[in-house]
Write a protein that binds this ligand. Structure first.
Ligand SMILES: *Cc1c(COP(=O)(O)O)cnc(C)c1O
Length: 409
């Protein structure tokens, strides 16, 4: 089918909730996607941190097709081995606790809000402190948690009980704690907000603050998790050098995006002391922990371990980051800053003349012409969230395409 025909179908039949780029993709393999005209693109966006092993990975194809021969769906009224095994693998990577499976990031975060409400209920505490520029998903509670006015516009009255503090600013959190506060929730690295990593000092301070005030510390690891920073969760990367190593652990962690590598699945982990708050009848889902999704998610974790892709994420992350920093020196009038960790990186762009109010969109579109996909984050940041199995020559190709684009941009 031609691009124009697909465009017509979308215009006529798909709700126009996205400002979509005029691209129609029909095929993927490894780090590349092909559009309907046969043009090839290097995928440095990874479907927004989803395609963690690239496209059409043979081992994931095998896991999915093998599972499809035996059991597709099994109601959560019953149990099946794959859900138990995946839960064990996730707990093993975080700490003592239990897992609930969902289908997406927003849904996983809903679980965290419900956990916080249950936790504070007996004492009449229900408020959750989140952060400005955060992003937690598009459900009604998700947009109230999200610290960006543009996702809330026209949807009021918002779900009550969310306060927004300044990220990496303990004082700002402290000021918002009241007798109604039950929890604090943050992303380890703010993704949609423009690649802002939480600092180790902030995390350690938050943990202390939460302990002092008996608040749950809720972690949105939907975008920054799953070895993107070299460790399963980004706090493990940030704090492993410090003596305080073992003293930081959130009370709940949400996951999705990379978890299924493109097969929809989400999850949240609840730390052991709080794992009975959501008891029988308190929460549920039809599809969560589906056998097909669990088979793919488990295989991803095995492959990351077998092929040391956590190490690869670190190595390729450094290579990409160093390359981007060189480009910053080469184009100081265009690149203001390079931010992020591992394979979650962003370049902050400078305004290019008075008319250019969203330089990130302009660059992302120019890169499409060159045959590379990146993800804008707000008006000034362009994100790189490639697969963890990316190879040096592909990182170099990305840098080359970026350099070429910047030099004529
Ligand atoms: C993408 C994202 C979500 C929402 O996930 P969905 O699967 O789109 O519902 C939530 N939190 C963060 C940090 C995200 O990046």
């Amino acid at each position: 089918m031609k691009h124009s025909e697909v465009t017509e179908l979308f215009e006529n039949h798909v709700l126009q909730t996205y400002g979509r780029f005029p691209l129609t993709f029909v095929k993927g393999k490894g780090q590349y996607l092909w559009d309907s005209e046969g043009k090839r693109y290097l995928d440095m966006g990874g479907g927004i941190a989803v395609n963690i092993l690239g496209h059409a990975h043979p081992d994931l194809q095998k896991a999915l097709s093998e599972q499809s021969q035996t059991l597709w769906h099994c109601s959560n009224l019953y149990q099946h081995p794959l859900q138990g095994e995946l839960a064990e693998a996730l707990v093993h990577r975080i700490g003592d606790g239990k897992i609930f499976f969902s289908n997406s990031g927003a849904e996983s975060n809903e679980g965290l809000y419900k956990l916080a409400r249950r936790y504070g209920h007996a004492e009449g505490r229900h408020e959750i402190i989140t952060f400005k520029q955060s992003f937690h998903g598009r459900t009604l509670a998700g947009i109230a948690a999200t610290g960006q006015a543009k996702v809330q516009e026209g949807f009021g009255p918002l779900v009550s009980g969310f306060q927004h503090a300044v990220f990496n600013d303990l004082r700002s959190v402290e000021e918002r704690i009241s007798p109604s506060t039950a929890a604090v929730m943050l992303e380890g690295i703010q993704g949609e907000g423009g690649i802002h990593p939480a600092t180790p000092e902030f995390l350690l301070g938050l943990r202390e603050l939460c302990d002092t005030h008996q608040l749950l510390l809720l972690w949105d690891g939907v975008q920054c998790g799953h070895y993107r920073t070299g460790f399963f969760q980004s706090f493990q990367s940030l704090l492993h050098h410090q003596e305080a190593d073992t003293s930081f652990l959130p009370d709940a962690i949400s996951m999705a995006k990379s978890l299924g590598g493109g097969f929809p699945i989400g999850a949240f982990w609840v730390r052991q002391p709080f794992s009975t708050l959501l008891g029988p009848g308190s929460h549920g889902t039809t599809y969560g922990g589906n056998p097909l999704a669990c088979s793919v998610a488990s295989r991803i974790l095995q492959l990351i371990q077998e092929q040391s892709l956590d190490q690869n994420a670190l190595k390729m992350g450094s290579r990409l980051q160093e390359g981007l920093q060189k480009l910053q020196l080469q184009f100081p009038d265009k690149i203001d800053e390079v931010r992020g960790m591992g394979l979650m990186l962003g370049i902050v762009l400078r305004n290019d003349g008075a008319t250019d109010s969203a330089p990130s969109m302009a660059l992302v579109k120019s890169l499409h012409q060159e045959g590379m996909l990146t993800i804008p984050s707000g008006t000034h940041v362009v994100r790189f969230l490639p697969a963890l199995n990316i190879q040096p020559h592909e990182v170099d190709e990305a840098l080359h395409l970026l350099e070429h684009t910047l030099s004529k941009h």
